[in-house]
Design a protein around this ligand. Structure first.
Ligand code: NAP
Length: 279
């Protein structure tokens, strides 16, 4: 018998390590939907056929992870966010057309809204560390929210300069040694480098002189509480971590595929947190 339930998947190579099936599976169960979400391990040589004939493979949409993000962007009709960031991670079928978006932007913004409601109203200056793929999504999100000045600190200065070219003069390339002075004026600090991640060099930064109502976001997800977030919590600042962003970025895909806007709850956070950091 063929399975006629609406289904989505995460497509990668490998894909089995992905936490997306656990996350979407939780929501499918919670809302009592007759739907499915699976992991599909598709080798590079087969990805074009798979995405081009997504419906024939039984799917209404998918998440795309490494190494297929570029092909997904190329084969789909990207929305404004995916075009701005130059990468798509969520695809869906709309009247037979394969559409795509980048959900890292709303993942980052949604996590901040939950951690510190109204943060964007208080923030005229923000600092983003990292000008890689994730940094691009964060900077674009801050521009969408109307943040006036975004100081962008990156080891390779050419990349932060390229981001200013791409997004305009609200992006201000800065050096690491300027941080002490920048931190006192900023209401948001977001780390989008891989520093501080398990097996990577530490992120050494002193946040003592940040304002008492500042917010700190670190999108690394292993560990869940990076030394930067621990320092921010010790100061009583609002924080958001990589798992918060991961959960909030998943909301839109679920809604597009299954027609229900799901809620990010404490129970869901704890389920995924226990998988990332068992015991
Ligand atoms: P990427 O494109 O490879 O960028 C890596 C960034 O880290 C670059 O800015 C790079 O600087 C910087 N960096 C790496 N090693 C460094 C070092 N030793 N010293 C100084 N800077 C260093 O990676 P990405 O995709 O943007 O991901 C960045 C981080 O975000 C990763 O930890 C990833 O797991 C996390 N992430 C989380 C989520 C989420 O949902 N929570 C989503 C996406 C990504 P250079 O440009 O100078 O190399």
């Amino acid at each position: 018998m063929t399975d006629t339930r609406p289904a989505a998947c995460v497509v990668g190579y490998p894909a089995r390590h992905s936490r997306s099936p656990m996350l979407h599976g939780y929501w499918i169960k919670r809302y009592g939907l007759d739907a499915d979400y699976r992991a599909e391990e598709i080798p590079p040589g087969e990805i074009r056929e798979f995405l081009t004939h997504l419906a024939d493979h039984g799917y209404v949409g998918c998440n795309v992870t490494m190494p297929h993000k570029d092909v997904a962007f190329e084969l789909s009709e990207p929305d404004e966010r995916a075009i701005a960031v130059g990468a798509a991670n969520t695809l869906w079928l709309e009247n037979g057309r394969l559409r795509s978006t980048n959900t890292d932007i709303e993942g980052f913004l949604g996590a901040l809204d939950a951690a510190a409601p109204g943060w964007d109203q208080r923030t005229s200056e923000a600092i983003v560390l990292g000008a890689g793929g994730a940094g691009r999504a964060l900077v674009y999100g801050l521009i969408e929210r109307g943040i006036g000045s975004i100081h962008l600190v990156n080891r390779t200065v050419e990349k932060s300069e390229a981001m200013r070219e791409r997004f305009g003069e609200r992006v201000i390339p800065a050096r690491w040694d300027q941080l002490p002075e920048l931190l006192s004026g900023a209401r948001l600090l977001a780390n989008a480098t891989s520093l501080g991640m398990h097996d990577q060099p530490p992120l050494e930064i002193d946040i003592t002189n940040m304002a008492d109502d500042a917010v700190v976001s670190d999108i690394v997800y292993v560990p869940l509480t990076t030394p930067l977030l621990a320092a921010a919590k010790a100061r009583g600042l609002a924080t958001s971590n990589g798992l918060d962003m991961l959960l909030h970025q998943a909301v839109r895909g679920f809604e597009l595929w299954f027609g229900k806007r799901p809620e990010v709850t404490r129970e869901l956070y704890d389920l995924l947190a226990a998988d990332i950091e068992p015991g």
